[in-house]
Design a protein around this ligand. Structure first.
Ligand code: PEP
Length: 261
């Protein structure tokens, strides 16, 4: 089964709703200029909560070839949880994707694999797709235990999900040492872990599920390294931070398939 690559731009804590509208417009014009073919790769913007309504309005209103999503979600549906945002609220804004378990949430907010698994479940229950992040810190990479470490994360994050949900999920392998550092894992490093994740999914949920699940690489992806990374058999897309804030750069990443054409 062919997996459509997903190129998702994680804006993190950048751009207010006015700036967001500008970047989405610029990205759409650039993709149009480059003759973007949505059947060859999906493009999504993962924006701050306060930008979602404006981004939704412009993408739907102008029928732009973009998906949008949020950077986090609460496990709670409603109630006394000040500052949190429920999955149903995001679904009401027609979000397609919600990132769960980004390494910055793990590091600064103490998010655990068990919590991230619950978040992935509430995202599915609300009719959206989670982008479930995993990845090792530098010490673990240096110790050479990164594959087993990441598989341990994935095992717990996927535990609350059915095989059908895992097949529809997106998993983002993001070595923490490569995020925002300019330090990129080699394409072979990315393949090693993405391939191991698919192998684990096959064992735990069956071959058909493993064939269907999309696995992204993330960590200092740029226009000048995306083609080699996307050339790996088990890499089905990229989660892009810094480079997604520049329309021209992100459009080139989205259109990795046309490089050299
Ligand atoms: C990220 O935030 O998920 C990320 C991969 O960031 P960057 O591309 O800037 O390394």
């Amino acid at each position: 089964m062919a997996r459509t690559p997903l190129m998702a731009g994680n804006w993190k804590l950048n751009l207010n709703h006015v700036e967001a509208t500008g970047l989405v417009q610029k990205l759409a014009w650039t993709l149009k200029d480059f003759r973007y073919d949505q059947t060859k790769s999906e493009a999504a913007v993962i924006v701050p909560f306060t930008d979602l309504r404006s981004v939704q309005t412009i993408i739907e209103g102008d029928k732009l070839p973009l998906f949008w999503g949020a950077q986090d979600v609460s496990v709670h549906a409603s109630g006394a949880f000040t500052g949190e945002i429920a999955a149903d609220m995001l679904a009401k804004l027609n979000c397609s994707y919600v990132v769960v378990g980004h390494s910055e949430r793990r590091e600064y907010h103490g998010e655990t694999d068990a919590l991230i698994g619950q978040k992935a479940k509430v995202v599915f229950d609300a009719g959206m797709t989670p982008i479930i992040c995993c990845g090792e810190v530098l010490e673990i990479r240096k110790a050479g235990t990164h594959v087993e470490y990441v598989l341990g994360q994935i095992k717990e994050c996927l535990a609350p999900l059915t095989a059908e949900q895992v097949a529809a999920a997106v998993i983002a392998y993001e070595p923490v040492w490569a995020i925002g550092t300019g330090e990129v894992a080699t394409p072979q490093d990315a393949q090693e872990v993405c391939g191991a994740i698919r192998g684990y999914v096959a064992e735990a949920f069956g071959e058909a599920t493993a064939e269907a699940v999309r696995i992204q690489y993330g960590g200092s992806v740029k226009a000048n390294n995306v083609v080699e990374i996307m050339g790996q058999p088990d890499v089905d897309g990229a989660l892009v931070g810094g480079a997604s804030l520049n329309a021209d750069e992100f459009a080139k990443i989205v259109m990795f398939y046309a490089a050299g054409a």
